[in-house]
Design a protein around this ligand. Structure first.
Ligand SMILES: Nc1ncnc2c1ncn2[C@@H]1O[C@H](COP(=O)(O)OP(=O)(O)O)[C@@H](O)[C@H]1O
Ligand SMILES: [Mg+2]
Length: 243
């Protein structure tokens, strides 16, 4: 079954065509990678899918339903979660509080007053445990390493139980041991039925982890296929080397 499909997706900033008629199709249950040189439109593509910005033209459908231009809240509700290239956690909230605001942003005051829902706290501890950071639940997020903050961000995204998870450079700025943990987590979460679209520059990680690799250049896909095929595609080398 088709998970996410975009058709002719386009977004310009001033004179810069950040995403230029991008058509992409993801199948349910696969780990997909989105690679391409800096500035080729990967993050903008994520922002268009998740409703952070509206496309100038084109469509986004998820499991056959049109979600073009829907608000981030509605997109999340449809089952799509995402992390950010520059990790976003609340630095002065504790790890556990970060998990709980993820599910109830509107009731921050209650959260801080200690009125936690027991079920939510249990689910938060479950995901923190899966990430291996449950021992840090009382620490303020700003005291975690950058890699641990990324794990926290992913754990918070999972609180909404997304079926499709978009990760924007999960290994960026993260030490090798934590990169291995992230790869294992993505594989496990995928084996449990979640679909992934991962923007990543670490080619060992991309080629070792993905079922399907999509290569962007100047705002649109120029190649796609299994890692072994994409790796040997001359267009991919050209895109990276600017030949
Ligand atoms: N908010 C914005 N305003 C103006 N230009 C932007 C904005 N966001 C991205 N761009 C431009 O759009 C292009 C694609 O950027 P981006 O999607 O961040 O690429 P990538 O994630 O592949 O590195 C770049 O030229 C970038 O400078
Ligand atoms: Mg980016």
């Amino acid at each position: 079954m088709t998970s996410l499909r975009t058709h002719g997706l386009t977004k310009a900033f001033g004179g810069v065509l950040a995403v230029d008629g991008a058509g992409v199709e993801l199948r349910d249950g696969e780990i997909n990678a989105l690679i391409g040189p800096n500035g080729c439109g990967k993050t903008t593509f994520f922002n268009l899918i998740t409703g952070m910005i509206r496309p100038d033209s084109g469509r986004v459908t998820y499991r056959g339903r049109d979600i073009t231009g829907h608000s981030p809240h509605r997109v999340a509700h449809a089952g799509i979660g995402r992390t950010f290239q520059l990790c976003r956690v609340f630095p002065r909230l504790t790890v556990l509080e970060n998990m709980l605001v993820a599910v109830r942003r509107t009731r921050l005051r209650e959260l801080l007053a200690g009125l936690h829902d027991k079920g939510e706290v249990e689910r938060a501890r479950h995901w923190l445990g899966r990430m291996g950071i449950d021992h840090l639940e009382r620490a303020e997020a700003r005291h975690l390493s950058y890699g641990q903050q990324k794990l926290l961000e992913l754990a918070a995204v999972l609180m909404a139980e997304p079926d499709l998870v978009l990760l924007d450079e999960p290994a960026g700025g993260v030490n090798p041991a934590l990169i291995d943990r992230i790869v294992t987590l993505v594989r496990d979460l995928n084996a449990e039925g979640r679909t992934f679209l991962v923007v990543e520059h670490n080619m060992d990680m991309v080629m070792g982890m993905s079922d399907h690799v999509i290569v962007f250049d100047r705002g649109r896909p120029i190649a796609a296929g299994p890692p072994a095929t994409v790796r040997n595609d001359p267009r991919v080398l050209e895109a990276y080397l600017g030949v």
